[in-house]
Design a protein around this ligand. Structure first.
Ligand SMILES: [Zn+2]
Length: 442
């Protein structure tokens, strides 16, 4: 076998990770063993955490959002391989390596002192507890608060799919399609319910919440799935699931852990391999990501006419064209406040319906009744149109720095060194297995 036996791989994992840490400055690994009760001289691998220095550096230039998803290891190993992904301004993905132990390491090695980092997860019980313990600590579990500003958001697709099937693996395309339909309906439902509640007065929201397990879609009097889902979700904290209620735009518009799942799909074929093979695959795959993205980021970086990454440039180009079709009326006296008349997509009775948004431009931020600048950290078409009306102000000042070409260039410019030239790590080593120091992040 190319990577040796599964047993040899257990023994070699610390050596491989140590080699990678020596060759890639800023990298970090940690391994947890337990001793066999009937033979305390034998150590059994329990957990491993590894992150490349290149990925830690890259995270500093990314949007402060981390998507968590776990892929199950198959083959001889039992357990899961959690993966953390952060998105750059171009929606490219990145990995590190569940639950409390995993998140604690994410905090100490990757997030460190960076503030306002959000975690998007599949709402699996273990992760909800882990998030709470990291933020508030737990006397029962003897945990101290380690990540007090940690805020989490739920992955909308997992929620829809879990509710529908009880499955935790909503990976298939079919599920994705169903989710998109559900999401659209939920959006319409939220708007409709909001209008209903407003018309019923201030106490209308004081209804008894329904527990998720107490609602059902079976039986002769059953509601439709969508009704049940909507009834349930409405009583859950809105900032966790509704984009519109995303306080501070914490999600940057990212509603699902898709980015993490995409990476795990790639790993699916490799998760039955011996551990050394999995690490090799992770290194090669990560290198490939960097190698594919760097030339494109470099090209844009060196072009002095450009200021954004490619994807964002395309967004601004489209938004500028759409903004040219809006009509703007200056309404502010001391404020830079505007009414923006836009042409709606839908037609009613053969006429284009017009609707109005209101935006206010400040020195370093803008506010629009469409909420998009707050949720996505970029100017909407209404703000762009208002900027033009305000004597050609540059909407560029309302763009988050994460979308700038410099940030994307710095994300992908680190070098990654593999372990193959040091050895193939296929034989059981003759020296004791745990002879390496645990490295601390630098
Ligand atoms: Zn707007």
């Amino acid at each position: 076998m190319r990577w040796g036996t599964y047993e040899a791989s257990y023994h070699n994992l610390p050596r491989v990770l140590n080699t990678l840490c020596e060759r890639n400055p800023g990298s970090y690994f940690e391994i947890k063993h337990y001793n066999l009760p009937h033979d305390p001289t034998k150590h059994v691998l329990r957990r491993a955490f590894f992150v490349l220095g290149a990925c830690i550096n890259a995270f500093q230039d990314r949007r402060p959002v981390i998507c968590i998803d776990g892929t199950f290891l198959t083959g001889r190993y039992k357990g899961t391989m959690p993966t953390a992904i952060a998105a750059d301004g171009n929606n490219r993905v990145r990995t590190g390596t569940a639950r409390y132990w995993f998140l604690e390491r994410i905090k100490s090695c990757i997030v460190r002192d960076r503030r306002d980092v959000r975690v998007i997860h599949d709402r699996h019980g273990g992760i909800m507890q882990a998030v709470q313990d990291l933020r508030e600590g737990s006397v029962q579990r003897q945990r101290t608060p380690k990540w007090v500003d940690l805020k989490s958001r739920w992955c909308m697709r997992h929620m829809g799919a879990n509710f529908r099937s009880g499955s935790r693996r909503p990976c298939s395309r079919n599920q994705e399609k169903k989710f998109n339909v559900l999401w659209k309906k939920l959006d319409e439902h939220t708007k409709k319910r909001g209008a209903e509640l407003r018309s019923r007065g201030v106490n209308a929201e004081d209804e008894e919440p329904i527990a998720m397990e107490n609602v059902g879609v079976d039986g002769p009097n059953a509601w439709s799935f969508d009704q049940v889902f909507f009834e349930w979700i409405e009583h859950e904290p809105k900032e966790k699931w509704a984009l519109l209620h995303d306080e501070g735009g914490a999600r940057y518009g990212i509603m699902t852990t898709n980015l993490a799942e995409v990476y795990n799909r790639v790993l699916r074929g490799e998760r039955s391999m011996p551990l050394v093979g999995i690490v090799e695959f992770y290194i090669y795959r990560t290198t490939q990501y960097f190698r594919e993205r760097y030339p494109k980021a470099e090209k844009v970086f060196k072009d002095h006419r450009l200021i954004y990454g490619q994807k964002f440039f395309e967004y601004m180009d489209k938004a500028n064209k759409k903004a040219a079709g809006h009509r703007v009326r200056n309404m502010g006296v001391a404020e830079h406040r505007f009414e923006v008349l836009c042409r709606d997509k839908g037609r009613r009775g053969g006429n284009h319906e017009r609707h109005v948004q209101e935006c206010v431009l400040y020195n370093n931020h803008c506010v629009c009744s469409c909420h998009k600048p707050r949720l996505y950290h970029r100017p909407c078409t209404h703000v762009i149109a208002a900027c033009q009306e305000a004597g050609g102000l540059n909407a560029h000042m309302f763009v988050s720095p994460y979308y700038m070409k410099d940030a994307i260039y710095h994300t992908w410019k680190s070098e990654i060194y593999g372990f193959a030239m040091v050895g193939n790590f296929t034989e059981i080593p003759m020296v004791p297995p745990i002879s390496y120091p645990i490295l601390t992040p630098t």
